[in-house]
Design a protein around this ligand. Structure first.
Ligand SMILES: [Zn+2]
Length: 266
């Protein structure tokens, strides 16, 4: 709300709004993002003892906080080096989605598959909870990683073959197998793998706990540890892992909260 107001009130006066155009959209709901202007004396912000991303736009510093999908409606507190910050998480109803999965193992994995999944989840969690220094000062502007018509699939409450599973933590972009997938912003390829649910996957670290994830790829064209620039190819669209058809699953994680990737696009 705050940002929208600024945007609207300054848009017709000065080109100053261009600086704001790079920040993600403020949306204070579970799976959303809070853009919090900081006073000069606030130099560190923490959520559950972990650092929160800070960015400076036009001389104003902001904390950019990912609200976990599991966050209840109500007040959420961030600690700082001085006064705590409270944000209001607003109610938001994500739609339900019922999917039919042919591979029953992808609905009810057997013990060895569960073990594999646990190992992979741990590996990915290590990436999500990491906090590296960012190479940018102003927040990077993101582009869509692949072209295709997509609907609002983030946050959907999902039922696989009638059984409720975790909500959808990313944005699905339907696209043909073999279509190029590019980095939405500069970063470092921190993980690649072929996972049980996610299929062939690439994770990019954009700095300060901002991680992007690309799943179900048919081909991975990058290696762990390499630097990648915005627009460079990271792989090709596929249908590996738990899918009903070819698409790119694009996830964004901020302070280990999976947030709506659409909030990074204008
Ligand atoms: Zn998906």
């Amino acid at each position: 709300m705050f940002l929208k107001k600024i945007f609207l009130t300054t848009a017709c006066l000065l080109p100053i709004h261009l600086a704001f155009a790079q920040l993600p959209q403020d949306s204070r709901r579970a799976g959303g993002i809070a853009i919090i202007p900081l006073t000069a004396s606030t130099t560190q912000v923490y959520y559950e003892q972990k650092p929160v991303l800070l960015s400076e736009e036009n001389g104003q510093r902001y904390a950019i906080f990912g609200i976990p999908l599991s966050a209840p409606v109500g007040t959420l507190t961030l600690n700082t080096n001085n006064t705590p910050i409270q944000i209001e998480v607003k109610p938001y109803k994500y739609p339900e989605q019922r999917l039919t999965i042919k591979n029953q193992d992808h609905v009810n994995p057997n013990p060895s598959q569960l073990e594999r999944y646990a190992r992979e989840a741990k590996e990915q969690n290590t990436v999500y909870t990491s906090f590296s220094n960012s190479t940018w000062k102003s927040f990077p502007k993101f582009i869509v990683p692949t072209s295709g018509k997509f609907s609002n699939s983030f946050g959907r409450k999902r039922f696989f073959n009638g059984e409720e599973r975790a909500p959808h933590s990313g944005l699905d972009i339907p696209a043909p197998v073999g279509q190029r997938v590019v980095a939405p912003a500069d970063g470092i390829v921190v993980q690649t793998g072929d996972y049980f649910f996610n299929g062939k996957t690439v994770l990019i670290d954009h700095g300060q706990g901002l991680i992007s994830m690309f799943c179900h790829l048919s081909k991975i064209d990058v290696e762990q540890g390499q630097t990648i620039r915005q627009g460079e190819i990271l792989g090709l669209v596929g249908k590996t892992g738990r899918v009903t058809g070819a698409h790119l699953h694009w996830g964004m994680s901020l302070n280990n909260a999976r947030v709506d990737p659409q909030l990074f696009l204008k």
